[in-house]
Design a binder for this molecule. Sequence first.
Ligand code: ADP
Ligand code: MG
Length: 322
Amino acid sequence: MTTSAANGSNQRPVVIDASQLRKMYGQTVAVDDVSFSVHVGEIFGILGPNGAGKTTTVECIIGLRRPDAGTIRVLGLNPESDQDREELHTLVGAQLQVSALPAKLTVRENLDLYRSFYSHPADGAELVSLLGLGDKLDSSYKDLSGGQKQRLAVAVALIGQPKIAVLDEMTAGLDPQARRDTWELIEGIRARGVTILLVTHYMDEAQRLCDRVALFDQGRIVALGTPSELVAEAGGGKHVTFVPSGPFDDRLLTDLSDVTGVEHQGPRVVVTGTGELVNAVIQTLAANGVTAEDVTTGSATLEDAFLRLTGRHIHERDEANV
Ligand code: ADP
Ligand code: MG
């Protein structure tokens, strides 16, 4: 595991520090020796498959659960202390995985309710226009679409003008367009100076949004760093996919030093490797009378990194992560 960050965020003050956290539910070890720090202004990702211990970890950080071992400081405060926790609630806004708002209240009524909990709440109208809910103010919560409900949950998390926002699986169950809109929203929130702790099981989401990611598996952090560091450490790698103009012997490619694998998927061939992979593959085929058609290339992703680190695929299904 590495803890380096290439983007200079390590020079900024630490706003969340978790050290050697452990949490058991009966005999189940949900969180096991988890340590990480989040710097001010970061989007820090807690990424991993269902059951990895992500929600339990953030619930400990915001003081909803007490860890069995380890220490936590959030903006210098201890979420295990009753006194500190009260102050923390004004500094940390959370959109939790299970959160559901009062169904019959309208968007406006929900916002007013939550505004009343804070002494210095955000301007509700401004927040609502930022979140694109301006024309939904008089709609009941129960009549909102999935994406609109998520947006309102984010609005509620931000209404107290928090320094830190904790967002747990906020795009689970959304359609692709709503997910992309939500990503832009998160970037907009960060641009306003809010540090974001983002929990997700979507690899692409973490890769797109997060400055640094802690990759969770079975209660532990298996890797920590920027998305590109994690990809590089897991072997990096590239892939090229093409349709060959005719049959060829795989050994032409597997004999190349830059090639690590050759796989046939129907008419397509997927070659993985490093270095000058694409040129090497295309030239070798051409030298043997085979043309590579319909060529696409790509670099390894966090998904590949997770597979390399754990030997398993993270299951990405567009359903609620419960
Ligand atoms: P994630 O958010 O990564 O899906 P969780 O933190 O929700 O993971 O769960 C971690 C592990 O703890 C899982 O094995 C889960 O079944 C278990 N767990 C979570 N919450 C409870 C609970 N309230 N009681 C008992 N077991 C729980
Ligand atoms: Mg969870």
